[in-house]
Design a protein around this ligand. Sequence first.
Ligand SMILES: Nc1ncnc2c1ncn2[C@@H]1O[C@H](COP(=O)(O)OP(=O)(O)OP(=O)(O)O)[C@@H](O)[C@H]1O
Length: 226
Amino acid sequence: MTTLIEARDVEFSFGSTPALRGASLAVDAGEIVAVMGPSGSGKSTLLHCLAGILVPDAGEIRFDGHRIDTLSEPQRSALRRDRFGFVFQFGQLVPELTAAENVALPLLLGGVRRAEALRTANGWLDRLGLVGLEQRRSGELSGGQAQRVALARGLVAGPRVLFADEPTGALDSLTGEQVMDLLVTAAREQGTTVVLVTHEPRVAAYADREVIVRDGRINAPDRVAS
Ligand SMILES: Nc1ncnc2c1ncn2[C@@H]1O[C@H](COP(=O)(O)OP(=O)(O)OP(=O)(O)O)[C@@H](O)[C@H]1O
């Protein structure tokens, strides 16, 4: 297996509050990893460092063998746009845009023409069971529907890595499991690597592997020796 994303001895503080205190983790290409741990242990901060949103105070982050923590903000922003997809707890759809336009957004930002971007977006909405809702705005969707739109937007550009931070956190358990089913199926079909932050064991059970963050460190061995 090839390591696709790696954190080595990563430290990060918000002012005087340490959030990561020497976190190390390696995720293989195509792997689905659930990051678990108590509230405030550093899960979201770790995800943000792995995704090049936050820059660690110390340690290294590698994507595909290359350091990303040393890149400039425009370079990291381009990397996020071109290689990574994101799904957050509250879909964070743009309320003024339709479902199809929301899904098309990453393609439009990547320079794809509008008609083609919307065609691809509609294909994803279809795949995630949202036919007929293409023209709805986020205020006209249920929580589960909005989260499926957010998932479509996270996957539409064919990212190498999907970063999902509590993607089912705002959903009831049945709707959450439907979203996880769709997420895992789509990721496996595309070979997309997934880093999933969750505090719900039922959600983590969809992953290939669980790691536990405690006090800013990865507590469990991040890999079972084979
Ligand atoms: N923007 C911020 N400003 C200041 N402190 C922060 C900020 N974000 C997080 N922290 C602190 O950093 C530590 C780690 O937070 P983080 O959000 O990574 O934890 P988490 O494990 O994802 O928590 P939860 O499960 O509650 O979402 C906590 O002590 C938190 O209070």
